[in-house]
Design a protein around this ligand. Structure first.
Ligand code: 5MM
Length: 347
């Protein structure tokens, strides 16, 4: 492991005004996205859609420091035969790979999940590096709620099991000179308030960093991808942008060591503009030890997907829409987004 290279890659991905495009939807997840826009989930459509994104020069060169890919995409070629990985590299961005095998039911913990995929991961990392991946992602999923009889969610067992898996994955990634993105996601589903979201996020992050320590993970060579602290989607009380920013930063300051170079938030089902406004507000709160940026899937892609709708004639419109969201989030990553700038995009 070369920790200086890992650190340099992490810094490069989250250079000022840049964040990550999470384009790593598995085939089942992209199916749901395509259903919404009436597009058949074929390999060619998945390729055409992602090629459209990676060829959006205005977004990629200035605001997308890294792209998380699904296994299929890492091996795919553009229409003209150029590997999609090469398109990403040519735009000055870093290709990454989602390596987890998804969240599966956790035995002994009703309604909770454990993310699988550790078996054979060392060998997969060797191949992924040869294919061009320089960073990776693994997502652990947590939910607040009471799933019937028994203890509430998250249980300590599930919390610990997912933190342990995240740490084992991160150690294997670094062993293979790949920067691990460590993604513990507290889902927004539920009617919990912001107080509960803050408490559970703090609990999760403490457990994750303890496991990272025991696994020997070098914090200087990783990126954290957490949820923001927001109340549940079904909660009657939704908080102001400033409150979300203040609570999110407070929890991170309690739990995330300063040695971590960067934090890239997931959007988690927030509206496009909420995800941008929250990030900008967080960055407006003053100096913090880490770069605070984005690693958005839906909040970067919903608008271009709707604009594209699977039609070649709409590619330019979809690219303009992606460029706008990338620019807005790039500004938010340095605390310079405003609603007025948002409106100027006109998409
Ligand atoms: C893009 O979606 C990612 C992959 O999801 P599946 O493995 O379930 O297909 C997902 O992990 C994503 O990277 C993060 O959740 C962040 O995406 P959002 O949309 O929450 O910003």
């Amino acid at each position: 492991m070369n920790i200086d290279d890992l650190h340099a890659t992490a810094i490069r991905i989250l250079a000022p005004g840049k964040g990550i495009l999470a384009a790593d939807e598995s085939t089942g997840t992209i199916q749901k996205r395509f259903e919404k826009i009436g597009v058949a989930n074929t390999e060619q459509n998945r390729r055409d859609y992602r090629e459209l994104l990676f060829r959006t020069e205005a977004a990629m060169r200035s605001h997308i420091g890294g792209v998380i890919l699904y296994d299929e995409t890492l091996r795919q070629q553009a229409k003209d035969g150029t590997p999609l990985v090469k398109l990403i590299e040519a735009a000055g961005s870093v290709p990454g790979i989602k390596v987890d095998g998804g969240a599966k039911p956790l035995a002994g913990a009703p309604n909770e999940t454990i993310t699988e995929g550790l078996d054979g991961l060392r060998e997969r990392f060797v191949e992924y590096r040869q294919l061009g991946a320089r960073f990776a992602k693994w997502r652990g999923v947590y939910q607040i709620g009471h799933g019937g009889p028994g203890p509430g969610r998250p249980s300590h067992g599930a919390l610990h099991a997912n933190a342990h898996a995240l740490a084992r994955y991160a150690a294997l990634a670094q062993e293979n000179d790949i920067v691990p993105i460590v993604e513990p996601e507290l889902l927004m589903d539920g009617n919990h308030g912001i107080e509960a979201a803050a408490g559970v996020t703090e609990w999760i992050l403490n457990e994750v960093f303890r496991e990272l320590y025991y696994a020997g993970v070098r914090l200087e060579g990783m990126i954290l991808k957490p949820n923001m602290v927001v109340s549940g989607l079904q909660c009657a009380k939704q908080n102001s942008v400033e409150e979300v920013a203040r609570r999110t930063l407070a929890v991170l300051k309690r739990c995330v060591p300063a040695a971590v170079p960067g934090i890239a938030f997931l959007s988690g089902g927030q509206s496009d503009v909420d995800a941008t406004a929250h990030l900008s507000a967080i960055n407006s709160l003053g100096a913090s030890p880490w770069t605070l940026s984005f690693s958005y899937g839906r909040a970067l892609q919903s608008a271009p997907q709707a604009a594209w709708a699977g039609k070649a004639d709409n590619v330019a419109k979809a690219q303009a829409s992606f460029a706008h969201r990338a620019l807005m989030n790039g500004l938010a990553a340095v605390g310079k987004w405003t609603p007025a700038l948002e409106r100027q995009g006109g998409h």
